[in-house]
Design a protein around this ligand. Structure first.
Ligand code: GDP
Length: 457
C-alpha cells in the first residue's frame, strides 16, 4: 500500500450556532489560503480547507451547525458528530459571540472541549462595536489561556488570530527548521527600493555575512523566491529575492521603475519589516516616496536605509543632517521610520541595520493593555480635546482598546459616529509612539460610535 503523505495539522472551529463560524471560516480560507475555493454557503457538512499562514499550512475544519449545545434532544446526536470532527484535531478554535455575551451554551461547549484535552484558542467574535472594551473580558471566565478577539465579518483581528493558531501548531515553521539554531520567531524582511539603490548588494551582503539556509519558493505567490539566512542565531527571511539577486545589473528604464514598486508591494505584503533603500549619492525621489507609501499600506515596519554612504562620507559635516531632512520632507508619512546610513558595498553599519530590524519587528508586535490605553486616552484628550464634529457637536473619545498587532491596531469609541481629523489622528499616533515603544511601526486607529449597533445579523 502506498504511504500517505504526513497530514497537515487540523484546526477545528467549534461553537454554538450563529456565533460566526462560517464567516470566520470563509475569512480564513478566502483571504490567505493557497487555494481559494468558492464555498457553498449553506452546507451543514463538515468543511475542510487548507490555510497557509507565514509558511505554515494547516487544515481548517468547520463543523458547521452540527456542533453546539441546544435544548433540542436531536442536538445531542449531532453534537456527537461534531465531537467526531474533534478526533484528530490538533488545535480547537472555540468561537463565542461578544454581542450576545457569555451564555450557558458556551460553558457547555467549553466543557466538552476541555474533556478532549486539546489546545484551545478562544475566539471572541463580532468585536466590532462598543462591547469590545467592556465585554470581551467576561469570556476569560471560560478559563482558556489563549485568547483572540476578531470581527470575522470585517476581517478585524484575523491576522493575530492566525499568529496565535500557528503558535500552537507543533513543528511549525520556525520551530522545525530553526531548531536547533534558534527558537525565536523568524523575521521576514523586504529589501525594497528603486533600481540601482543597492538592494541586491545588500541582500548579497546579508547572505554572505551568514550562512544561507535555504532558497525556497514561497508558499502562495508564484515566482517569489525567498532567501533565508541566519543572523545571530536567528532566522531572517529575505522575502522575494528572485528579482534582486544579481548585483550590479544596471536597470533604469521607466518601466522597470514601476515594476520595482509592484515587486516591492508584493514583498512587503509578506514581510514584518521593509528596508526601504534610498541612494544617498542621488537624493530622495518620488519613486522612493511611492515605495515607502506601499510599506505603510502593507502594514509592515519600515526602516529608511540611506545607502552608498561611503560615497558621501567625505562631504561637509552638515550633510547627514541635511540628507535626513530631505528624507523627512520627501517621505512625510513615514515619519515614524528610523533612518540609518549604511553602505551595502563596504558592509558599514549592516549589523546595526539588523539590530534595528529586530527592534522594529518587536515594536510592531507590541500589545498595550486596555487599562493603560484608557489612562493614556484620558491624559492626551485632556491636554488636547478633539475638535467638534459636524454641526459643531462635541466629540468625546471615551475609551480605547488594542484590537491587533503587526501592525498595532486600535479602536477608539466615541460618543458619536465620526472620523478624526487627520491632524488629530496624527496627534494621537505620535502620543502613542511617545508613550509606548512603536518604533518604525505603522499604527492604525479606527473610531467607532459607542452606541450599540442595532444591525441584525
Ligand atoms: P539594485 O538594483 O537595487 O539591486 O542595486 P544593485 O545592488 O545592483 O546596485 C547598483 C549599483 O550600486 C552596483 O554597481 C553596486 O555595486 C552599487 N552599490 C550598491 N551599494 C553600494 C554602496 O553602498 N556604495 C557604493 N559605492 N556602491 C554601491
Amino acid at each position: 500500500m502506498a504511504r500517505k503523505p504526513a497530514p497537515s495539522p487540523s484546526v477545528v472551529l467549534v461553537g454554538r450556532p450563529n456565533v460566526g463560524k462560517s464567516t470566520l471560516f470563509n475569512r480564513l480560507v478566502g483571504e490567505r489560503s493557497a487555494i481559494v475555493n468558492p464555498l457553498p454557503g449553506t452546507t451543514r457538512d463538515v468543511l475542510r480547507r487548507p490555510v497557509e499562514w507565514q509558511g505554515n499550512v494547516f487544515e481548517l475544519v468547520d463543523t458547521g451547525g452540527i456542533f453546539g449545545a441546544s435544548a433540542d434532544p436531536l442536538q445531542v446526536e449531532v453534537s456527537i458528530q461534531g465531537l467526531k470532527a474533534l478526533k484528530g484535531a490538533t488545535v480547537v478554535l472555540m468561537l463565542v459571540d461578544c454581542q450576545q455575551g457569555l451564555v450557558p451554551a458556551d460553558q457547555e461547549v467549553a466543557e466538552r472541549i476541555r474533556q478532549t484535552g486539546l489546545p484551545v484558542v478562544l475566539v471572541v467574535n463580532k468585536v466590532d462595536n462598543s462591547h469590545i472594551a467592556k465585554e470581551v473580558d467576561e469570556f476569560h471566565a471560560l478559563g482558556f489561556e489563549r485568547f483572540s478577539s476578531v470581527a470575522a465579518e470585517h476581517g478585524l483581528g484575523v491576522g493575530d488570530l492566525l499568529d496565535e493558531v500557528v503558535a500552537t501548531l507543533p513543528g511549525r515553521k520556525g520551530d522545525q527548521a530553526a531548531s536547533p539554531l534558534d527558537d525565536r520567531e523568524e523575521i521576514s524582511i523586504a529589501v525594497v527600493g528603486r533600481p540601482n539603490v543597492g538592494k541586491s548588494s545588500l541582500v548579497n551582503l546579508l547572505a554572505r555575512a551568514d550562512r544561507v539556509l535555504v532558497n525556497d519558493l514561497a508558499g502562495t505567490t508564484r515566482d517569489a523566491v525567498d532567501t533565508v539566512v541566519k543572523w545571530h542565531g536567528r532566522r531572517i527571511r529575505l522575502v522575494d529575492t528572485a528579482g534582486i539577486r544579481r548585483p550590479g545589473q544596471v536597470v533604469d528604464s521607466g518601466r522597470l521603475e514601476s515594476v520595482s514598486v509592484a515587486l516591492a508591494r508584493r514583498a512587503m505584503r509578506r514581510s514584518d519589516v521593509a528596508v526601504v533603500m534610498i541612494d544617498a549619492s542621488d537624493g530622495v525621489t518620488k519613486r522612493d516616496a511611492a515605495i515607502a507609501g506601499e510599506a505603510e499600506r502593507a502594514g509592515c515596519g519600515v526602516i529608511l536605509a540611506a545607502n552608498k554612504w561611503d560615497l558621501v562620507k567625505g562631504r561637509e559635516s552638515g550633510f547627514a543632517k541635511q540628507f535626513d531632512r530631505q528624507i523627512r520632507d520627501g517621505l512625510k508619512f513615514a515619519d515614524y521610520a528610523p533612518i540609518i546610513h549604511l553602505s551595502a558595498l563596504t558592509g558599514h553599519r549592516a549589523s546595526k541595520l539588523m539590530e534595528m530590524v529586530a527592534e522594529v519587528d518587536a515594536a510592531r508586535a507590541g500589545h498595550i493593555s486596555t487599562g493603560e490605553l484608557n489612562r493614556f486616552l484620558e491624559r492626551v484628550t485632556r491636554r488636547k480635546p478633539p475638535s467638534a464634529g459636524a454641526g459643531g457637536r462635541e466629540v468625546k473619545l471615551q475609551y480605547v482598546t488594542q484590537v491587533g498587532v503587526k501592525p498595532p491596531r486600535f479602536v477608539i469609541f466615541s460618543n458619536r459616529a465620526t472620523s478624526l481629523h487627520f491632524s488629530y489622528e496624527r496627534y494621537l499616533k505620535n502620543r502613542l509612539r511617545e508613550s509606548f515603544n512603536f518604533t518604525g511601526s505603522p499604527i492604525n486607529i479606527q473610531v467607532r460610535s459607542s452606541h450599540k449597533s442595532t444591525r441584525k445579523r
